[in-house]
Design a protein around this ligand. Structure first.
Ligand code: UDP
Ligand code: MG
Length: 314
């Protein structure tokens, strides 16, 4: 499954490399290329290639939605038991695919992630931020991988159908999968410098990664119980707010001092309002969470396997 955005020069090489590596390893496969609204003619090339070849399915998106959406579309169209994602710019090497597949089957993993140990990108703007990001993601999500950003990954397809992607969450697929209880591991893969075209990302990606990280860390802990976090802070704020108000009321009514000039008054008001707000958001989040699970018939747990008569399809 390949997301493609303006990679016209790479496409022929990519298709060639994919089919030769997979045929050699005697793997039954289908290549799914998702064109993410390219403007360089990649879409036309993919379309004509898909008409020529029997092993290629081209999915053309109407405009550029970003890599996450492209990957998500690819997952939708994939039919195999295992889905491999790979970049369309020839930076990943299709030769590694059989090894990833083997690891997946061998260790009964749900996800095998590539690790670009010898990464061929600019050191300062790409490799360093990615090192920091990887460490952070590891800390926050609890999944220890060296390289979340590597696109070359193998997934069991039933795992993927459980994942919903938003923002730029494709980077966090292992973390999301981990939340869903997946068994994850990583293997070192080859990485090449970009031969054609240019990278679609710059240093600004770091900011988006941090924001997505916040979302993920919240989801991991509180997806099914948002009130536990909002309610707790709401309660603390309200309690402190009431305590200060009580104190001020005492000062004004019993001692008879003027309280209009006191900064504490503002603090009390802010705390009360903020506390009330947090509580309301918590209740709304609870309702939203229920809608999220119930409307899609999403249980709050994930079954790995059920063994017994007629239990497999559940
Ligand atoms: N890509 C995409 N939509 C976008 C940006 C990128 O489908 O909006 C694809 C791109 O064609 C490539 C992959 O995502 O196949 C990774 O992009 P890139 O190589 O630019 O990222 P980098 O390797 O520099 O992290
Ligand atoms: Mg690349």
């Amino acid at each position: 499954m390949v997301p493609i955005y303006n990679e016209i020069e790479s496409i022929p090489h990519l298709l060639q490399a994919l089919s030769s590596s997979l045929t050699e390893a005697q793997i039954t496969y289908e290549i799914i290329c998702v064109d993410d609204g390219s403007s360089d003619g990649s879409d036309r090339l993919l379309k004509s290639s898909a008409l020529d070849r029997t092993d290629l399915c081209a999915v053309l998106l109407r405009r550029n939605y970003g890599q996450t959406a492209a990957i998500s579309a690819g997952f939708r169209y994939a039919q195999g038991e295992v889905i491999i994602t790979i970049d369309g710019d020839l930076q990943n090497d299709p030769v590694d695919i059989p090894m990833l597949l083997h690891t997946l089957e061998e260790g009964e993993y749900d996800l095998v992630s590539g690790w670009r140990r010898d990464r061929q990108d600019t050191k300062l703007t790409r490799v360093l931020p990615s090192k920091i990001a990887n460490w952070l993601i590891g800390q926050v999500t609890g999944v220890r991988l060296h390289d979340y950003g590597c696109s070359l990954k193998a997934y069991r397809s039933d795992l993927v159908s459980d994942l919903n992607l938003y923002g730029e969450l494709h980077r966090f697929l292992p973390a999301l999968a981990f939340i869903e209880g997946a068994r994850i591991t990583e293997r070192v893969v080859t990485h090449h410098p970009r031969r054609f075209g240019h990278s679609k990302y710059g240093i600004d990606r770091t900011f988006r990664v941090v924001m997505d990280l916040l979302t993920i860390s919240f989801m991991r802990k509180f997806l099914t119980r948002p009130m536990h976090v909002f309610g707790l802070f709401g309660l603390i704020f309200l309690t402190v707010g009431f305590a200060i108000s009580g104190h001020l009321a005492y000062v004004r009514l019993v001692i008879g001092e003027d309280i209009g000039q006191r900064p504490l008054l503002i603090l009390a008001v802010v705390l009360l309002l903020a506390g009330l707000n947090l509580f309301s958001v918590g209740i709304l989040a609870e309702i939203a969470m229920r809608t999220y699970h119930e409307s899609q018939d999403r249980p709050i747990y994930r079954v790995r396997q059920a063994i017994g008569p007629n239990r497999s399809g559940l």
